[in-house]
Design a protein around this ligand. Sequence first.
Ligand code: ADP
Ligand code: MG
Ligand code: ZN
Length: 558
Amino acid sequence: MNVRSAHSVLESVFGYESFRGDQAAIVEHVVAGGDAVVLMPTGGGKSLCYQIPALVREGTGIVISPLIALMQDQVDALAANGVRAAFLNSTLSREEAAAVEADLLADRLDLLYMAPERLVQSRTLDLLSRARLSLFAIDEAHCVSQWGHDFRTDYLGLSVLAEAFPNVPRVALTATATPATHRELTERLRLDGARHFVSSFDRPNIRYRIVEKNQPRAQLLDLIRTEHAGESGIVYCLSRRSVDQTAEALRAQGIDALGYHAGLPEEERSAHQARFLREDGVVMVATIAFGMGIDKPDVRFVAHLDLPKSVEGYYQETGRAGRDGLPATAWMAYGLNDVVQLRRMIDSSEGSAARKRQQRTHIDAMLALCETLTCRRVQILRYFGEDSEPCGNCDNCAEPPTGWDATVPVQKLLSAIIRLDRERGQQFGAGQIIDVLRGKDNPRSSQSGHAELTVWGIGADLSENVWRGIVRQLLARNVIAAVGDYGVLVLADAAGPILRGEETIELRREPERSQRARTRSGGKAAVVELAVEDQPLFEALRSWRAEQAREQGVPAYV
Ligand code: ADP
Ligand code: MG
Ligand code: ZN
């Protein structure tokens, strides 16, 4: 068999004129019996990379996919093109399953879809050993990565294929492409001899934008009304409750919004999904439970109202926009609470220390993307190991953000954290520390007598918003950390050099000066003095905190 017959399958079965990107090379390699690892962005056209070889080669191609809910659709779409496809999963009755098995053994199937948990059963392996197989396609292969964002235990069992079917070519495909995931999936699926096909992960038609969150629903509504009225979009929220509330709020404003999360009844979910796929202009408000394997070409925007847990997740979710190649928007609103909340979720989650460390690394990369002063696309592609030039198309390229030397305000903040601990013997969350810095007389603060503190009001020259921005950026850069149930602020690794005046720190955006600048000891000299004076204290706090961390098993931030 050769590429020409692959090309004729492309035309006669799928109705396409030409292969895209690496498709031709991958198809040729797999048709010839080689193993392959395929890294290609969402919408890049991974399916054809195994569907065509399965049609060209003798026997049945086994497609392993975690997406049971989509198997019926996939099989129907193939059948509509005259491909003999079927699936084996728990939705089939015993009789239906027996009929599919009979078709497989009689070599009457081109493609057979199943979930990994089905495949690794000894009964299934035995069945497959009696069938004629053209290939194994392992879709969403990043699910085998234990440190990734989509780990599925059953994927680990797929390593048996290497030994059980040494003569059947295997193709692993994913849209998650960090070098670490790539290495891990190659190892775990035992694809040592495979050829690797790594496509560029750039999605040039997607315009990335990350804005500061203040009234997320109003900001979202504004985005939809001014730029995407009547168009299809996906809005991602972290919690089910926020999905429900956001969908409701959009509907109240006349937008055709539907909700999707694991807490909704199955019928409602599939009805919503079907409407989203078939109709124009539906906005799907969803948790990340929605979207994997969804192939809707004309999604014009993907909005995040909460911070994704990793750049991989963000990239996959935003990648669902603009699969038709036309301009699309990836928009995210992000604020101080996102940082605190996500870190806290990790700290209080079950799971090994190593797992938590990994999750923290994922979030840190995500935060770095949010806070970057340079091109978002360059940053995203660099994360996936690709070099690129500034795109001219993202928010940072379109309107380069200004940096400002925030060393003095940051020293004030760090000093406030230390002084509150020393003079009050207490730690506080961001809100209260900002109140103290601004000398804000509210019942909450004055009750605890903070007005007597040396740091009271030293930051009154900056507005509350500017302070929140500072705290957010410092959290993102590990200068401070928010720990425990209440997210109290403590100093973190990068605080020392700034506090000691050895390093300056540049933050995003010039601050608007606050109206009520009633600085008490606001001069630069006074603060640097304060910071220098706090040095020994910083060292003491550091070792105390490390000890505390060891005892309580919390992260040793300071
Ligand atoms: P992935 O699995 O990589 O996200 P799909 O395999 O679902 O992507 O393909 C995405 C879309 O691109 C589908 O609508 C598919 O039909 C289309 N497509 C794939 N390859 C080609 C091609 N060579 N020519 C035209 N359209 C293609
Ligand atoms: Mg796919
Ligand atoms: Zn850019």
